[in-house]
Write a protein of this length. Structure first.
Lengths: 328, 172
């Protein structure tokens, strides 16, 4: 690991002042940055530790019935929060199925969406391995290489990676917003648009600007009828092959609204927008409802080794929808 | 919604060498170290507390689990600098007055190890798991202990040890 210098921020203003002249890398939970520095994905010159900024880890209600979750709230703290568990079970489940208990005591809800792809070529320590996210313009080794865990939606020949976050999938399903501060003005970014698809920029992960600080994540009114299903090769402590977050509102057994987001299938949580529209008015659990979900996979495109993901993701989405209905 | 950075005097001061004050197993330490040093390396190399093991050094195996302000964490994923002002408990800090901690005793009673390399991390994780109350069923114990890998695969005995320690505390 190359040498770097370190400072601790005491306030948001400290961060804005500290990042003004660039070349500063923010450190929150540390569960990604330390590994990036170890394997050369990042070579930080100056590390600004934001982990001890007070009052950035609180979870409080919003006037519209939603919740404002401070960016430095630890993943376990969010998952075990009574208001999150009762109002947003899809988020609580997605978090508990992430990483391990120890990592969830370090990792923050604001840092989690900033994690980078687990593509083996991106994380390779072999400098000869092409990866457009490691070395823009070098190519994509996964396109014809090991791609059984890669994308079925939204990929291009320049990048076939997926985003690994579980919480981001739940947050995309909930239409959550990422709140930022920046020396030139903060923003409110929809989680659904936070990650960059390779068609827009194969080298990018997120739309964050240098020096931009995530201060909170806001979720709108509660979605108690919601669920998260994660499919993986072992029962715990593993990244998803595919996952699905679903939230529904019913009148009797008729669907009033449905939201479905998939994980492990694209470089961003993948909302099934057409299926969501088609589900309205259908009877929950009916063959027609399952058909509406199935139709969404017409645009899925398999790589050389991941065709299995198409039926798996379809079945996972149907299952998440069923579980969300059972919560209503 | 913009904030003016000009209201602050100067940005924080960056240093490649940091001074750290922390409590480890009840003893205060003040040390200077390189900013890159992990809490794990500080414990092992500077304080000689080699009970905390260095397995994968990337947050995947759990062998380096310690309690940081009472919460279990992977010491390899924490910069020593970030631990300034905080309390750390390692495996060396569990036994009191020459008596093993109940979780340590439960691991012996249940034969919950083979080679022993993961054991310190397993025990520290189990102590955290018990404090959190995630020990109400075998399934819950396996889920909340999944961050500790045992390549000898002593998992049934480890889960039994955690369950036994929980039962001894009257928590099940």
């Amino acid at each position: 690991m190359r040498a770097f210098s370190y400072a601790r921020a005491r306030s948001v203003d400290d961060v804005l002042a500290g990042t003004r002249d660039g070349d500063v890398t923010l450190l929150a939970g540390g569960t990604e940055l330390l590994n990036w520095a170890r394997i050369g994905i990042e070579r930080p010159h100056r590390v600004l530790d934001i982990g001890a900024i007070p009052e950035l880890d609180t979870i409080e209600p919003l006037e519209d019935g939603g919740l404002r979750i401070g960016a430095l709230a630890k993943l376990n703290q969010v998952a075990l929060h009574a208001g999150v568990r009762s109002g947003y079970p899809v988020l609580a489940e997605a978090i508990v199925k992430s990483a391990s208990a120890q990592l969830r005591n370090l990792a923050t809800i604001g840092g989690n969406p900033v994690q980078r792809t687990r593509c083996a070529y991106f994380r390779s320590q072999d400098p000869a391995t092409p990866c457009n996210k490691r070395r823009p313009g070098s190519g994509c080794a996964a396109l014809h290489g090991l791609n059984d865990r890669h994308a079925i939606f939204g990929w291009t020949e320049d990048c076939v990676a997926t985003h690994p976050s579980d919480p981001a999938v739940a947050l995309a399903c909930l239409d959550a917003t990422i709140v930022t501060e920046h020396a030139r003005g903060g923003r409110k970014l929809p989680v659904r648009m936070f990650h960059v698809l390779p068609g827009d920029d194969p080298a990018a992960h997120t739309v964050l600007r240098p020096g931009e600080l995530i201060t909170a994540i806001e979720v709108r009114r509660p979605a108690p009828a919601s669920a998260y299903v994660k499919v993986r090769e072992r029962e715990s402590y593993e990244f998803a092959l595919v996952s699905a977050a679903a939230a529904v509102e019913l009148a009797g057994d008729q669907v009033i609204s449905a939201r479905i987001a998939l994980g492990g299938v694209a470089m961003r949580p993948w909302r099934l927008e057409q299926a969501e529209r088609d589900l309205i008015g259908l009877r929950a659990g009916s063959p027609e409802a399952a058909d509406a979900v199935s139709a969404a996979f017409g645009e899925a495109r398999a790589l050389t080794s991941n065709a299995y993901k198409i039926p798996l993701a379809r079945n996972t989405a149907v299952r998440a929808l069923e579980l969300a209905v059972m919560m209503s | 919604m913009g904030r003016s950075a000009s209201t602050t005097v100067e940005g924080p001061a960056f240093c490649s060498c940091v001074t750290i004050c922390l409590q480890v197993n009840g003893t205060g330490h003040t040390l200077d170290c390189d900013a890159r040093v992990s809490l794990l390396d500080l414990l092992r190399e500077r304080l000689g507390l080699t009970g905390t093991k260095k397995g994968c050094n990337r947050g995947e195996c759990g062998a380096c689990t310690v309690l940081l302000d009472g919460a279990r964490v992977n010491a390899c994923m924490v910069l020593a600098a970030s631990a300034d002002g905080r309390e750390v408990t390692t495996i060396e800090g569990l036994a009191a007055d020459g008596r093993l901690h109940p979780v340590q005793q439960a691991f012996i009673d249940q034969d919950a190890f083979q080679c022993g390399f993961c054991t310190a991390g397993q025990i520290m994780s189990a102590v955290g798991c018990l404090r959190e109350g995630h020990t109400t069923s075998g399934e819950e114990i396996r889920e909340w202990m999944s961050g500790n890998i045992c390549r000898c695969s002593a998992y049934p005995q480890i889960a039994a040890a955690v369950a036994a320690a929980a039962a001894a505390r009257g928590e099940d």
